[in-house]
Design a binder for this molecule. Structure first.
Ligand code: PLP
Length: 410
């Protein structure tokens, strides 16, 4: 039907399906949802307006939507052991916005990780609302080790007295000590916001400590390691329930995306299974092997390794930029993204690094032995960047290899 009515969009979709099937996706913020999540997000829940919360809607006909949202909230609380959850944020950015708007006034001070070290746009970057509205100051990772330096963060916090401290990252490959962040925040009487967008799945599987018992606010996306539909999530202490809920609606959003909330509910249920724990373990194992295999081939990794689902490669010793690396790899069917390295001399549009992660390829069923092949193809591509015949051969191998793994896994 779609093919007949809108061949333009239909054909683009076919191409995207082929692209996803025939490439190796190493972008750590992407994943492949289960068939169940995909189905429910494509369901008729998309038809329903439901401004408000269960039992307090601005619209009629919400009895089933109420049930779905209640289940999603209950599952989120159980999964993360949280006192309250709001499952309505349309994205991770809106989850962060709701937290800031709940407790900050324009001009207040935020202390967060700088973008080069791994902070997100919404952690106070000038071109983002968070940097426009608030007085953002930053901590970086240690220049020599690439690791968080908690003593340094404590010093900055004591000097600057921020109203909120943000921890959590888009590219930090090591364990974050949320307890230490909490101690620092208490010392200076600041709120603590832990943004676990990247590591939520690892936290569920106990592969990374949880911030939930410490931080007043925990935000996340639901589509990264958590493997749910695209969207956001806020967990908070019950004292902040009213503030957070009313800041999402009527504060910054209108009608919730009920089909996505249903998808979140299904994803939370999946995350409670043994299979999910196994999956998270496999992500981390794959990531370690891929990282080690690249190190063996002379690649420099920020912080010299990884404890989680991602790592950043410093490409300077290979004499290419992040942008060049991303393009070269994409040309053979290996999808990565250029990424700033700490204290990067190059701008964000070029960068000196690429970010690599394993959630997506692990969802497709790739294992440790496959990581060795992928590392070899990455290295061969970068080494032979001027030899079109070799690149052509790698492109063929990548395509054949990738196409054997499903893009509609259970
Ligand atoms: N926080 C962190 C740490 C992220 O990495 C991201 C997304 O990349 C976000 C927040 C924002 O999520 P979204 O893209 O859903 O707005």
């Amino acid at each position: 039907m779609m093919k007949k009515f809108d061949p333009e969009i239909y054909n683009i979709l076919r191409k995207e399906i082929e692209r996803q099937r025939n490439t190796i996706d190493l972008i750590p913020s992407e994943n492949i949802v289960s068939k169940n999540v995909l189905k429910i997000v494509g369901s008729i829940f998309t038809n329903k307006y439901a401004e408000g919360y269960p039992n307090k809607r601005y619209y009629g006909g919400c009895e089933y939507v109420d049930m779905v949202e209640r289940i999603a909230v209950e599952r989120a609380c159980k999964l993360f052991n949280s006192e309250h959850a709001n499952v309505q944020p349309h994205s991770g950015s809106q989850a962060n916005m709701a937290v800031y708007f709940s407790v900050l006034k324009p001009g207040d001070k935020i202390l967060a990780m700088d973008i080069g070290s791994g902070g997100h746009l919404t952690h106070g970057v000038k071109v983002n609302f968070s940097g426009m509205l608030y007085n953002a100051i930053f901590y970086s990772v240690d220049r020599d080790t690439g690791l968080l330096n908690y003593e340094n963060i404590r010093k900055i916090a004591n000097r600057e007295k921020p109203k909120i401290i943000v921890c959590g990252s888009s590219s930090y490959s090591r364990i974050i000590d949320f307890e230490k962040f909490y101690q620092i925040a208490k010392e200076v009487n600041a709120y603590l916001l832990a943004d676990i967008a990247h590591i939520a799945g690892l936290i569920v599987a106990n592969l990374h400590p949880s911030p939930v018992k410490y931080a007043e606010f925990v935000t996340s996306t639901t589509h990264k390691t958590l493997r749910g539909p695209r969207g956001g999530l806020i967990l908070c202490k019950k004292d902040f329930k009213e503030k957070i809920d009313s800041m999402i609606i009527p504060g910054i959003q209108g009608g919730p995306l009920v089909h996505v909330i249903a998808g979140k509910a299904v994803a939370f249920k999946e995350a409670m299974t043994k299979k999910f724990i196994k999956y998270q373990n496999q992500i981390v194992e794959n990531c370690k092997v891929l990282c080690d295999e690249l190190k063996k081939r002379g690649y420099k990794i920020i912080s010299d390794g990884t404890d989680n689902h991602l790592f950043v490669v410093d490409l300077r010793n290979k004499n290419i930029t992040g942008l060049e690396g991303q393009k070269l790899l994409e040309n053979v069917g290996i999808i990565t993204n250029k990424n700033l390295i700490p204290f990067d001399p190059l701008p964000p549009s070029i960068t000196s690094g690429i970010r690599i992660g394993t959630p997506c390829i692990t969802s497709r069923g790739m294992k440790k032995s496959d990581m060795v092949k992928i590392a070899e193809w990455i290295d061969e591509t970068i080494k032979n960047r001027e030899k079109e015949n070799i690149l052509k051969d790698i492109r063929k191998k990548v395509r054949r290899f990738a196409s054997e793994f499903p893009i509609y896994p259970e």
